[in-house]
Design a protein. Structure first.
Length: 271
């Protein structure tokens, strides 16, 4: 009888705890005028896309050996002030300056880290291997093609008469704008610059570059077609997409040789 009473007492305690948790969840769901919002499990540098977290901004690559700074990078909480005060050096701003310590093959790229912060020029002149290594070092990775696609949905695809200064950067022959500076250029989930600025590497390797318009739902010009080769997809287009913007958009894809360190190509981190 004693043991039976203790059993039901334990059940009652569990029910009370669960009930309290449900009340807390309900309170959280009703915040902001009763509209339910998903719990964001991402760090401050990211927004949630399903289960993964996508970098809010195109990646900038920083060289550092400062252990406390690296911890912040891996946590997704690092700021531009943190990086500059610790003496970190940004690579790939205006040239291929990753150096002998991080060659095009990615071998030995141990002291470069990819971060997602606003207000900086996205790093470019970077091969697929260097980008993958910098993301790896930060505890992140390149997105798959499908992950990139769903993160980009809703990003405006400006065409003629051309983008304005707050629209996606698809017609600026001088180079990419600062990350997050184009305040009208963000996706449904809140990721900036997924159209234009710099094209972005994704994990998928594929066929050689071809030109093929996607009928019915897109006027994006560059898409993959052709025979198999050592190439990888870059997505979204870049700042040099022409006056009509048809070389850039949320459905734009192009295959580029994985060893190409183009001034038109950068990347974005996923967690």
């Amino acid at each position: 009888m004693c043991c039976l009473s203790m059993k039901w007492l334990s059940v009652a305690v569990v029910l009370v705890v669960v009930g309290a948790l449900n009340v807390d969840v309900a309170k959280g769901a009703s915040a902001g005028g009763g509209k339910k919002k998903p719990v964001n499990i991402c760090p401050p540098d990211s927004v949630q896309v399903g289960s993964p977290c996508v970098g809010k901004y195109e990646a900038s690559v920083w060289e550092t050996v400062d252990a406390s700074l690296i911890d912040k990078i891996k946590d997704g909480t690092v700021t531009l002030a943190d990086l500059t005060s610790a003496g970190a050096i940004q690579r790939g701003v205006s040239s291929d300056d990753y150096g002998l310590g991080c060659p095009d093959t990615g071998h030995g790229c141990k002291d470069v880290y990819a971060v997602s912060i606003p207000g900086v020029t996205p790093s470019r002149f970077i091969t697929w291997f260097q980008a993958a290594a910098a993301a790896r070092n930060s505890g992140t990775r390149l997105p798959t093609n499908a992950e990139w696609q769903v993160a980009a949905l809703g990003t405006p695809d400006t065409v003629l008469p051309g983008p304005g200064p707050a629209d996606c950067n698809t017609f600026s022959f001088g180079g990419p704008d600062l990350t997050g500076n184009r305040t009208n250029c963000f996706s449904d989930v809140g990721a900036f610059d997924m159209v234009g600025n710099v094209a972005e590497w994704v994990t998928n390797w594929g066929p050689v570059a071809g030109i093929m318009n996607l009928p019915n739902f897109s006027d994006d010009y560059f898409n993959c077609a052709g025979v198999q080769a050592v190439q990888a997809l870059v997505r979204g287009g870049n700042f040099n997409a022409g006056a009509n913007g048809r070389d850039a958009g949320p459905f734009s894809s192009e295959c580029v040789a994985v060893m190409t360190g183009s001034g038109l190509v950068g990347f974005r981190i996923f967690r």
